[in-house]
Design a protein around this ligand. Structure first.
Ligand code: FEO
Ligand code: CA
Ligand code: CA
Length: 660
């Protein structure tokens, strides 16, 4: 999340008492629940039919009967809790691969935290890594051991990045954020492309790689699609409305089958400053998007971020950006056809007829779930042509009906209520004002939609709904069934006919988050889920080769759940559906983000964002964290080094698939 670093997160969720813990289930009990009992009996009968002379073939047949029910999550789960360090399940290594300030581009210096400048930061790994994507290196001997990682840098917390910015009350003094600091913040945003390689079982960044690239708040990008060139996209810097500098607040994204990186601009409203008269044509739209958010002071030093001086620049942020990680000279593209909102997630899947479908959430209370379907088809033999696919297609928003069906509502100018009379004079208006378009079309108001991912094998689509404490009892609906939803939930959608391009679907709630042993929370994990296995505030997903849903969380804390954020693995089918196990835990204050598997599922990359921040409600620390006095100095634990957002590579000791 990481919103508004100037205003800072204020207050903590109210203290809840835990009313006991669910009984711990042993691994065998979980296996027992996982398998269909009739099939187990059949398998047992097959085994029992094996007389004294035990045939290896018969044993294999019986094992196969069991295996057909799908693999279990065969790791010993970790304890939920909070401390200064990260933790991973026994038998696994979680190695630090990349930290904020590590050199990325050739000639990049190591982090000298007290002498950081814009120029050093431009060559180093940026701050607050969120999404991670892995693109196998073309021609690699083993595509799961050599590739490029694409990582976005969502935000910059200067009060944790450099000394001397907090006052006696330990709060950031915004006036001390100078132009030089703003420049460093801009350089710390955007994304990084790094070549990585696994040798002798350990991952390392390839130094001086020709693929190495930093993308920042100043990188020139092309605007594509129906809003490109429209007058509402034109500024003094760019009278064409087709070029923009930078991508902002990039959160969850995706990797396309043609090996490009899609990155969603989320809280882009935060970067804008100034005021706009109510009579200005953009004023009501800006209010709907929270512009100006005044979370950063960039508008004081760069006129384009001051809406008083440049009122249209804010229309040029809040899109999905496509970047070719295999060509460092390629101009990133902002694809307006996918709509403008607080984009969270841009994972896609190929529809039955070859069109590409991208799912994305609008991460804010009472906003919508979207998908985009390209007009053209993916051509496996023409990468260049595929890179134009996202410029043209249909954007839809989801309506969830109480009978478990649902409909994708097309957001097309001239269709339904999206008419000039309602203020939609063109498709550019629909896309720039995608929130209003979806609202007018009748989409369902959701509990902060974050990552959305399709399981390529089952075709099911999972939607993370982080939370919505603002939902009142009279606002509850079937897809958002809890008022004051502090914990969040996960929806499962099945496109009709198994076709992701279909405009109708069925849906269900996979689970409601919160401690299932505490009826006040309304948590609905399976009975096999232990007191460590439940979680709150689902944010990012990864789906492994066995169809397990790996969930990264954002929002846990001592006063809220008595557990740090981290990664949990969830079974999605069979009788153990909604059984969750705790696999990885972030250090205090750190949000777990960007889980990403290599194609062989033998490496799981995970990011930790804003470690060591906060700490007020964690009794061993109990005060506001600052650069000088953070709640943790993870991952370096050196007295002169602040905590550093970092990427970890998790592997199983001795090799093998993660979790199985
Ligand atoms: Fe950047 Fe919605 O998390
Ligand atoms: Ca988040
Ligand atoms: Ca997120």
């Amino acid at each position: 999340m990481t919103r508004n670093h100037v205003a800072r997160r204020s207050g903590s969720p109210r203290i809840r008492s835990r009313k006991g813990e669910s009984a711990s289930a042993t691994f065998d009990e979980i296996v027992d629940v996982r398998f269909d009992r009739r099939e187990l009996l059949k398998a047992a009968a097959a085994a029992a039919a094996i007389p004294a002379m035990v045939s290896p073939i018969a044993i294999a047949a019986a094992s196969k009967a069991l295996a057909q029910h799908g693999p279990v999550l065969a790791f010993k789960e970790i304890e939920a809790g909070i401390d200064e360090r990260h933790h991973v399940a026994e038998g696994y290594d979680a190695d630090i691969l990349l930290r904020w300030g590590d050199p990325v581009v050739p000639g990049g210096p190591p982090l000298d935290v007290r002498n950081q400048t814009k120029d050093t930061q431009l060559k180093q790994f940026g701050y607050n890594n969120d999404f991670i994507g892995y693109v196998p290196m073309p021609g690699a001997a083993n595509p799961s051991e050599h590739g490029v990682l694409v990582v976005n840098h969502e935000s910059a917390n200067s009060f944790m990045m450099r000394p001397g910015l907090t006052g006696a009350d330990r709060k950031l003094v915004a006036d001390w954020v100078t132009k030089d600091i703003v420049e460093i913040e801009m350089a710390a945003h955007g994304g990084s492309v790094v070549e990585v390689r696994k040798r002798d079982g350990k991952w390392a960044v390839v130094a001086d790689s020709r693929y190495a690239r930093r993308i920042t708040a100043e990188t020139e990008m092309e605007i594509t699609g129906p809003a490109a060139g429209h007058e509402r996209m034109q500024t003094r810097d760019d009278p064409t409305g087709r070029k923009v500098r930078g991508m902002l607040s990039n959160c969850a994204g995706g990797v396309t089958p043609w090996g490009t990186w899609l990155s969603g601009e989320e809280n882009a409203h935060q970067y804008f400053w100034g005021t706009l008269d109510d009579s200005h044509p953009e004023a009501s739209g800006f209010r709907r998007y929270g512009v100006p958010g005044r979370g950063y002071r960039w508008g004081l030093h760069h006129e384009r971020f001051d809406i008083t001086k440049e009122p249209r620049e804010a229309n040029r942020f809040g899109w999905v950006v496509e970047i070719d990680p295999l060509d460092p000279a390629a101009t990133p593209k902002k694809h307006t056809a996918l709509g403008r909102f607080r984009h969270e997630g841009a994972e896609g899947v190929i529809a039955r007829d070859g069109r590409y479908v991208v799912y994305s959430g609008d991460d804010d209370r009472f906003w919508f779930v979207y998908k985009f379907v390209t007009a053209g088809r993916v051509n496996p033999n023409d990468r260049t042509a595929n890179m134009n696919l996202l410029a043209d297609g249909t954007l839809y928003a989801a309506r969830y009906d109480k009978d478990g069906s649902g409909e994708w509502l097309p957001l097309v100018a001239g269709q339904g209520k999206l008419t000039p009379e309602n203020g939609f004079r063109s498709q550019a208006d629909v896309l720039i004002d995608a929130r209003r378009a979806a609202e007018v079309a009748g989409a369902t108001k959701m509990d902060r939609p974050e990552d959305i991912e399709a399981d390529p094998k089952s075709g099911k689509v999972y939607v993370a709904l982080t939370k919505n404490e603002n939902r009142k009892p009279e606002q509850v609906d079937a897809a958002n069934p809890r008022a004051d939803n502090k914990y969040g939930h996960i929806l499962e959608m099945m496109p009709d006919g198994g076709d992701h391009a279909a405009v109708t679907f069925r849906w269900d709630i996979l689970l409601k988050c919160g401690d299932p042993a505490d009826p006040e929370t309304g948590g609905t994990f399976s009975p096999s889920t232990t007191s460590n296995g439940w979680f709150a505030n689902p944010d990012n997903f990864a789906i492994d080769g066995d169809g397990h849903l790996w969930v990264a969380t954002d929002g846990n804390s001592h006063s809220f759940t008595k557990r740090a954020d981290g990664l949990w693995a969830v079974m999605t089918s069979g009788t153990a559906r909604a059984t969750s196990k705790h696999f990885f835990r972030s250090p205090v204050g750190g949000e777990a983000t960007g889980p990403c598997f290599t194609p062989d599922s033998q490496t799981l990359f995970v990011a930790v964002q804003h470690p060591g921040r906060g700490g007020e409600d964690w009794p061993p620390f109990g005060r506001t964290a600052t650069f000088e006095d953070p709640a943790s100095r993870w991952p370096d634990f050196q007295d002169d080094m602040p905590p550093r957002p970092s990427i970890l590579a998790i592997t199983k000791r001795g090799g093998g698939r993660i979790g199985s």
